[in-house]
Write a protein that binds this ligand. Structure first.
Ligand SMILES: [Zn+2]
Ligand SMILES: [Zn+2]
Length: 273
């Protein structure tokens, strides 16, 4: 039984730039590119990733923090670029780039990895999340979604690695300095998942098979890694690993392994295996 076939590399996650890569035996699939080429390559080097092993790029949606690096990246990139229908036309910086488009729900196969796409709920044309599967291993990934739709729940559940948005603490957002319109947008069904929403969903999505839960797209103003990790840990019965609350662990249950909970950041790239 091949269990750890896939890995998830997160170059950065948050409103200042998003880029992650799912690694399989035949290469990597890049998810979004919100960094300059120079910065993406610097972070890839830090994680030991060779640019030439990146086989495809796939977008979640057209917000700038997810696509600002795509234009420059695409000029030196030979692999296919995937985006949902309508996404490339929705952002001027993506015009003229040759995308292969898909409808949410479509399945793609890239570098031997099966990619199942599904709709998320966000204030853009056609936002999506992904489930990556290869030889019995699975990574699921969803950010930038105001709610976890039933379709997303089905696709995200029961993965070994789950990367799920945990954007804000509702109280911090409500009492913070953001303009009322911005607060309303973030809290809306087309906004971002709160820590509480992520925790509620994680209770259902995390199974005995799940070994890694990564809180994604944390707000720098309305959240803290320790708050996101604590909220998820409390919902899942995990214990904090240290006083900082930067990670948490739940002992193995039944046939399952240990569950590790942590938060991805904006500045420090991480690899999750
Ligand atoms: Zn975003
Ligand atoms: Zn967005």
């Amino acid at each position: 039984m091949a269990r750890h076939v896939l890995a998830l590399h997160i170059l950065g996650s948050g409103s200042k730039g998003n880029c992650a890569l799912v690694e399989g035996p035949q290469g990597l699939v890049m998810i979004d590119d919100g960094f300059s080429r120079r910065e993406a390559l610097r972070r890839m080097r830090e994680l030991g990733i060779d640019e030439d092993r990146v086989k495809a790029l796939i977008l979640t949606h057209e917000h700038t923090d997810h696509v600002s690096g795509v234009g420059v990246w695409s000029r030196r990139f030979a692999g296919p670029l995937f985006a949902s229908e309508g996404t490339p036309a929705a952002r001027r910086s993506l015009e003229g780039i040759a995308f292969e488009t898909f409808a949410p729900g479509d399945e793609l196969t890239v570098a031997g990895i099966r990619v199942t796409t599904f709709s998320t709920s966000h204030d853009v044309v056609n936002p999506v999340g992904f489930r990556f599967e290869c030889r019995g291993d699975a990574v699921s990934f969803a950010t930038d979604s105001g709610v976890v739709t039933p379709g997303a729940r089905a696709a995200l559940a029961d993965a070994r690695i789950l990367a799920l948005e945990s954007n804000h603490d509702v109280a911090m957002l409500k009492t913070g300095d953001y303009p009322a319109m911005v607060k309303a947008r973030i809290l809306s069904e087309q906004g971002h998942l709160s820590n509480d929403q992520a925790a509620e969903a994680a209770r259902e999505l995390v199974t005995d098979r799940t070994e890694q839960l990564v809180a994604m797209h944390l707000s720098q103003d309305n959240n803290r890694p320790s708050i996101a990790v604590r909220t998820l840990a409390a919902a899942l019965g995990a214990e904090l690993d240290n006083e900082l609350g930067s990670s948490a662990t739940r002992a193995s249950r039944g046939a399952g392994g240990e569950l590790r909970i942590r938060a991805a950041g904006q500045n420090r790239p991480i690899t999750v295996r």
